[in-house]
Design a protein around this ligand. Structure first.
Ligand code: TIU
Length: 225
């Protein structure tokens, strides 16, 4: 594979012109807090097991990305231990039994440095892979992601992770407004709500790709060769 050469990936609403050297694999919020019992996802009343089917396909994509020496970035949603970056509205919305910052079985809910905030071990970042800590749903809001992407000449993103309609969709929208082309592999994102997953993907590719493209990890792996 020549990473500078454009390869066509079968996608909706039409083929994605993939340039591996200019394309980062972005893995959004694959944290214990969202994928394991006792964390933030469960505190909001969700069945966290639904999201776990994304793990194997993301692992496969990540292995291929690393094998080809392409760029990988991870994000984590979370807050400062002193909660000073946590809008009171975000803490109180949800009204669960445990709020952000409260103690739980994996440490304080959605707080940086706590076990629940960590990326799941199956997808643990390598030292050279940037980890973007974000206080919001979008990966660009109040982070240095845009600067890092610009400095690395990234123009395209393969966006994976959880959840489809919350952090993935928000990030794809933010990326779109900053000029990035985003491709979302449908099997590498998921939601606590199957109907929101479907709608989240439909909204990305509607209107001839108003926010980006939707495909499948198999198609991306085939393009990588
Ligand atoms: N609740 C929910 O579906 N998601 C989040 O709160 N954050 C992310 O999507 N990462």
């Amino acid at each position: 594979m020549n990473p500078q050469q454009t390869v066509s990936i079968a996608a909706e609403p039409y083929a994605f012109a993939f340039v591996p050297a200019c394309c980062a694999l972005l893995i959004v919020d694959m944290q214990r807090d969202f994928l394991e019992p006792g964390g933030f996802g469960e505190s909001l009343g969700n069945d966290v097991t639904l999201l776990r089917r994304t793990i194997a396909p993301i692992q496969k994509l990540l292995a291929a990305w690393r094998a080809h020496g392409l760029q990988v970035m991870h994000t984590r949603e979370g807050h400062r231990p002193d909660l000073m970056d946590l809008p009171p509205a975000k803490r109180h919305r949800g009204r669960g039994t445990r709020l952000i910052g409260d103690p739980g079985p994996m440490g304080r809910i959605l707080i940086r440095g706590e076990p629940g905030h960590e990326i799941i071990p199956q997808l643990g970042p390598l030292p050279a892979e940037p980890v973007i800590d974000k206080p919001g749903k979008g990966a660009f809001y109040a982070t240095d992601l845009h600067a890092i992407l610009q400095n690395r000449s990234i123009r395209q993103l393969i966006v994976t992770g959880v959840t489809t309609e919350v952090c993935v969709n928000t990030t794809v929208r933010e990326a779109n407004d900053r000029g990035y082309d985003c491709l979302v592999p449908a099997d590498c994102v998921d939601s606590y709500f199957p109907e929101f997953h479907a709608a989240g993907l439909a909204m990305i590719k509607a209107q001839d790709g108003i926010f980006g493209w939707v495909s499948h990890s198999d198609k991306i792996l085939a393009a990588l060769g």
